[in-house]
Design a protein around this ligand. Structure first.
Ligand code: URA
Length: 439
């Protein structure tokens, strides 16, 4: 097989065969196909797409490019969740403990944040001593013992995605539905869970700018997962404004703890409860979503979910006293309250811009080498639809270095204002489930 023939085939809008896709991934990972040829193929895929069969073949080839975790030693249905990424998205820190407190077994491998979105590992590592890197045996044992583990990906999980994603990032080929779907699903499937809930974000802070595009991505990922024998459902949710109020690692851990105590922001709590309802049905614990949501609320009200977070932190070497007293989590040297310049309703908040501003003060990384300032970030005082009086707080910024005028102007520029009451987007646009007509 000659790789150039695959490029020409895709350039001409034809489908690649299963063997051709396997050849591409196997030989690329082995270093036998150069980046410039794979870049050409990726660009042809951006323009001409892939059909469902090709996308499943690509997912399978990527998934089998490295280790695949075997969770079959853990009894019962193992569940997982994935978010396509957003600003202030700390859902795993609440959903994991809630699901585990209800009897589910959640085995999750997470990533670090890059650019305007935060990563679950960075959030967890703001807890002193927390170890995100368990070996596979310890990971499996912990899921068995306490029903919950959140760790970083081990070295040889889906090496094809590591290579391809790095190439896509610098060749303008990230934006392709089959490439995004196969990238996400190959990693999820290699982690070995039986069922998963996907949170596909849309809006200014997300990959997908419209709810329709996010729903298309959700459907495609469901088709891949169910085609490979997994239970998958997807929530299509708003990321036009940040999720919850806190943006930044330790600040988000604090907000997650507050949510597990029943005192979290309304939007974030709603998202976690909805996702838990779906997961508990897929895990066979609840007969329907309403019952699943009820169990999730009970787990929060009884304190059982918070206890699961404590158990996970303890098991992974973290300092539980920082969960019991969140004021012990890392903080920043300065706190600055930013106040509204005029009276008005918040009509719009640009999540991506707020995420980037938080990154600039140390809550995230510009490049993989950057270090995080765990206490840095922003806590929003209002969200879209709120009326803010002139001079009232818009947000508190936690920072170590002085805020520049440019940063402050950037912050004000992230808001759109209205004199009339304004409407929020619905947080949950759609829930997609396998086996339903619209998949
Ligand atoms: N997240 C991934 O893991 N892969 C993509 O291609 C896009 C988002």
């Amino acid at each position: 097989m000659r790789f150039v023939d695959l490029i020409v085939k895709k350039r001409d809008g034809k489908a690649l065969s299963t063997e051709e896709i396997q050849f591409w991934i196997r030989d690329y990972v082995a270093g036998r196909i150069p980046d410039y040829q794979v870049s050409a193929l990726l660009m042809a895929i951006v323009f001409n797409g892939m059909d469902d069969r090709e996308t499943v073949d690509l997912t399978m080839a990527m998934m089998h490019s490295g280790d695949v975790l075997d969770l079959s030693g853990i009894p019962g249905i193992k569940v997982d969740k994935h978010s396509t990424g957003g600003v202030g998205d700390k859902t795993s820190l609440v959903l994991g403990p809630v699901a585990a407190a209800c009897g589910a077994r959640l085995a999750k491998m997470s990533g670090r944040g890059l650019g305007h979105t935060g990563g679950t590992l960075d959030k967890l590592e703001s807890i002193r001593g927390f170890n995100c890197f368990l070996d596979n045996d310890a990971f499996i044992r912990q899921v068995q013992d306490i029903g919950l583990a959140i760790v970083g990906q081990t070295g040889n999980l889906v090496p094809a995605d590591k290579k391809l994603y790095a190439l896509r990032d610098v060749t303008g080929t990230v934006d392709s539905m089959p490439l995004i779907a196969s990238s996400i699903m190959s990693k999820k499937l290699a982690c070995g869970s039986d069922a998963m809930v996907l949170d596909v974000k849309y809006g200014s802070g997300a990959f997908m700018k419209t709810p329709e595009a996010a729903a298309d991505l959700g459907r495609q990922m469901i088709r891949i997962g169910t085609g490979l024998g997994r239970k998958v459902c997807a929530m299509v949710t708003d990321m036009d404004e940040p999720l919850g109020n806190a943006i930044g690692n330790a600040l988000e851990v604090k907000e997650a703890v507050q949510t597990l105590k029943g005192r979290g922001p309304e939007d974030f709590t709603q998202l976690c409860i909805t996702a838990a309802g779906l997961l508990l049905v897929m895990a066979g614990i609840a007969g329907d979503e309403e019952r699943g949501r009820e169990l999730a609320r009970q787990a929060i009200d009884s304190g059982a979910a918070l206890e699961k977070l404590r158990a996970m932190v303890r098991a992974q070497g973290g300092d539980v006293s920082q969960i019991d007293d969140v004021s012990k989590l890392p903080s920043a040297a300065c706190e600055t309250v930013i106040r509204a310049r005029e009276r008005g309703y918040i009509a719009h908040m640009e999540a991506m811009r707020l995420g980037t501003l938080a990154m600039q003060i140390g809550a995230g990384r510009r490049t993989k080498e950057d270090t995080i300032r765990p206490g840095a970030g922003i806590v929003l005082a209002g969200k879209v639809g709120d009326l803010v009086e002139k001079g009232a707080p818009l947000a508190t910024v936690y920072h170590d270095l002085p805020l520049t005028q440019e940063w402050l102007e950037g912050f004000y520029g992230a808001y759109g204002w209205s004199r009339e009451p304004s409407q929020r987007n619905p947080l949950i646009y759609k829930i997609l489930k396998s086996g339903k007509a619209d998949i």
